[in-house]
Design a protein around this ligand. Structure first.
Ligand SMILES: [Zn+2]
Ligand SMILES: [Zn+2]
Length: 248
């Protein structure tokens, strides 16, 4: 009996997808590319994500620390959505990227409820892969420890700024504190008093007081004097408050 060699030759480059039976040039684990991609769930996201956002400094709480939430609410929502989606993406997905679309924003209790659509894309086994995810980001308005210290008038240092060109010096001082605050939310000013020959500032961070003194020393040849005084004890440790005199 003649074998159907001719048939095999005609179809030599074609192979069958075991799922849909389609004839294809290339199989991926026995499947045609639509079936192969259709079988895959390379991205996932929980239906709800809760996040605490400090409305004082616009930082949010993530894995044990307060992280900068950016400049705007939209930017913040996009950053969190993208980060969450990427943290749930399978290693099989290469070069993953996420487009975030805000579907709806509602006020809810002491915060906001934001509906998000996340479009994940990348490649797997050399094929383009896309998947759409939906989640609700629940933003809870909170006050972070630094902002609550600030509103409570907490300070670790008094800076005595003395200068013959007080206006300029005070402007520079505010500039430097602003720069430090961008990185350290305890570098805030809770008091500013005009005194003879200068201004006294109460600063939330002793470290910031020292840094700003170093700045004036190196840029304006200021004379610096630092003293510390015991103001109390907490959990068995002495609490000091420093006074930094900056004379230009
Ligand atoms: Zn198929
Ligand atoms: Zn804050």
């Amino acid at each position: 009996m003649r074998r159907s060699i001719g048939y095999r030759c005609a179809m030599s480059s074609g192979r069958f997808c075991y799922l849909c039976g389609a004839v294809t040039e290339e199989l991926f684990h026995g499947l045609c590319s639509p079936c192969f991609l259709g079988e895959k769930e390379l991205a996932s996201i929980p239906p709800r994500i809760s996040v605490s956002l400090c409305r004082g400094c616009f930082r949010y709480y993530s894995s044990g620390s307060w992280v900068d939430g950016g400049e705007s609410l939209t930017g913040f929502v996009e950053t969190v959505g993208r980060k969450e989606a990427l943290s749930h993406v399978s290693k099989e997905l290469k070069d993953p990227s996420v487009d975030v679309e805000i579907k709806d924003i509602k006020e809810k209790g002491k915060g906001l409820s934001v509906e998000l659509e996340l479009r994940v894309s990348g490649t797997t086994s050399g094929l383009e892969y896309r998947q759409t995810l939906n989640t609700v980001l629940q933003i809870k308005n909170v006050t972070c420890p630094d902002c609550s210290r600030r509103s409570g008038g907490y300070y670790e240092a008094i800076v005595q700024l003395r200068s013959e060109h007080l206006d300029d010096t005070v402007t520079k001082f505010h500039e430097q504190i602003g720069r430090l605050y961008a990185r350290d939310k305890q570098a805030f000013i809770v008091g500013e008093t005009l005194v003879k020959g200068g201004v006294d500032f109460k600063l939330g961070s002793a470290k910031a007081a020292k840094t700003v003194a170093t700045y004036f020393k190196s840029h304006y040849k200021a004379v610096i004097k630092e003293t510390a005084s015991l103001v109390g004890r907490k959990e068995g440790n002495d609490i000091y408050r420093i006074t930094v005199l900056i004379r230009i």
